[in-house]
Design a protein around this ligand. Sequence first.
Ligand SMILES: NC(=O)c1ccc[n+]([C@@H]2O[C@H](COP(=O)([O-])OP(=O)(O)OC[C@H]3O[C@@H](n4cnc5c(N)ncnc54)[C@H](O)[C@@H]3O)[C@@H](O)[C@H]2O)c1
Length: 241
Amino acid sequence: MADRLAGKSALVTGAGQGIGRAIALRFAWEGARVVVSDINDDAAHAVAAEIETPSLVNHCDTSKEGDVKGAIDETIAKFGRLDILVNNAGVAGGSDWDRTIGINLNGVYYGLKHGAEAMAASGGGSIVSLSSMLGLISVPFPGVEAYTASKHGVVGLTKHYATNYGRRGVRVNCINPGWIQTAMTKPLVDFNLTDYMNDNSALGRMGTPEEVAAVALFLASDESSFVTGASYVVDGGWTAR
Ligand SMILES: NC(=O)c1ccc[n+]([C@@H]2O[C@H](COP(=O)([O-])OP(=O)(O)OC[C@H]3O[C@@H](n4cnc5c(N)ncnc54)[C@H](O)[C@@H]3O)[C@@H](O)[C@H]2O)c1
């Protein structure tokens, strides 16, 4: 165990698998008390079972404002305060505009709205949201317009909340991952797009959830104390090309 988040309490949405799971596990390893929140209860319980620090499972559909506020309230009720919030839950969404925007953009908005206020009321904290490299650029695939719009929106929300809550001690940043090996990108791998994804990456490969979690840890911890309103690209150099 390490101690970069010792004494802090963290809420991670969509923590049942993939990037959210890796973040929850890394935060716990670094000493945080972690709320493992997901719409999939079985997956959340499985992740919590891997955690040795005090943890809590929370059921939350981030497209519902009451669920997101409830998760924040439950974190504070259980651990006394909310130091770190990771708005991670997201879907590829395909052509379902309303569902994609509902989870990927509205869900992050609800987290920022209620999370920033709760942190400000208790002296501050750090919020990290999962955008995407598709929050900065587009790719020549059909069916990703809602995803691209939602992730660009997360970058804008990050700047808005960073600007409005900085004086109250709340830092707000987002991460823009490239292609990461999770269930979300498995259909692309199955569709033989691995060469395309690797060829356009400067590092020549996909990333791992743990490589995203390492950046989330930096942004969540006090080591990033002068970082706010930022978009951290974790894409193996895709957007640099
Ligand atoms: N995998 C990638 O290549 C990649 C790239 C860029 C950005 N991202 C973003 O990172 C985040 C995590 O992606 P991932 O690849 O780990 O996805 P994933 O599909 O592996 O996991 C997503 C998790 O979110 C949960 N979830 C889905 N809808 C939810 C809802 N309405 N409320 C609460 N939880 C919900 C799922 O149950 C699951 O546990 C997403 O916001 C995604 O858009 C992923």
